[in-house]
Design a protein around this ligand. Structure first.
Ligand code: SF4
Length: 189
C-alpha cells in the first residue's frame, strides 16, 4: 500500500475532479473506491463534481476528469466531449479508455451481426427483436479508445488500474509532481 498521506501533499487549491463511465464495467470506479479509508484524505484534497459517486449529471469546470470505458455510442461521444471542454486535465483510466479494452472485442464483427447474436439468436431469447427506441443511444460501428475522439493528457493502463496506482496518480498531480510510477504499480504479470 502506498503510504503517502494527505498531509504530505501541498495542493495549490482544492482541485475539482469529475469522473465518468463510458462503455466499461465500472471496475475502474470500483478500483478508485478500493483506496478504502484514503477516500477521507482524498476529499480533504479535492472536491468531486460530476461522478457516479455524487450523482451529479452534468460536468462543470474541473481541474481533472477521469474517464473509464471506451466510446461505443453517441451518448459516450457527447459525455466525452463535454468532459474535454470542461476539464483542464483529461485522464484515460483503464484499458477500455486507453485502447478500447474488452468492449472493443466486438470490432472484429459487423454491428448488425453483434445485435442479431444478442437479441435474435442469443440463448434464452424470447420474442426476438433488436431494440429500437429513441431513448437508446445510437451504437457506433466500432468501439473507440477515447484519444480517437478527443485529446487526452494522461493514460493510466490496467484492467483496472490498482487503487494504489490511482491514489499515486491523484496525489502526485494534486501536489504538482511529475507523474512517475514505480514498476510495482504498472506491471501486469
Ligand atoms: Fe472494466 Fe477493465 Fe474496462 Fe476498467 S478497464 S472499465 S475494469 S473492463
Amino acid at each position: 500500500m502506498n503510504d503517502l498521506q494527505a498531509s504530505d501533499v501541498r495542493p495549490r487549491d482544492k482541485m475539482v475532479v469529475a469522473t465518468a463511465a463510458l462503455c466499461g464495467c465500472f471496475g475502474c470506479h470500483m478500483s478508485l473506491l478500493d483506496i478504502d479509508e484514503r477516500i477521507l484524505q482524498l476529499v480533504e484534497l479535492i472536491e468531486f463534481d460530476r461522478t457516479p459517486l455524487t450523482d451529479i449529471k452534468t460536468v462543470g469546470k474541473c481541474d481533472i476528469g477521469l474517464i473509464e470505458g471506451g466510446v461505443a455510442n453517441a451518448d459516450n461521444v457527447e459525455v466525452l466531449r463535454e468532459f474535454r471542454n470542461n476539464c483542464e486535465i483529461l485522464v484515460a483510466i483503464g484499458a477500455c479508455a486507453v485502447n478500447g479494452g474488452v468492449p472493443a472485442m466486438r470490432n472484429q464483427f459487423d454491428l448488425k451481426e453483434c445485435l442479431e447474436e444478442v437479441y435474435i439468436h442469443g440463448i434464452g431469447v424470447e420474442n426476438p427483436q433488436v431494440p429500437n427506441d429513441v431513448e437508446i443511444p445510437l451504437l457506433l460501428d466500432m468501439v473507440h479508445p477515447i484519444h480517437e475522439v478527443v485529446r487526452v493528457d494522461y493514460f493510466m493502463p490496467g484492467c483496472p488500474p490498482t487503487a494504489d496506482t490511482i491514489w499515486k496518480f491523484l496525489t502526485d498531480i494534486i501536489a504538482g509532481n511529475e507523474i512517475n510510477f514505480p514498476y510495482s504499480l504498472i506491471h501486469y504479470d
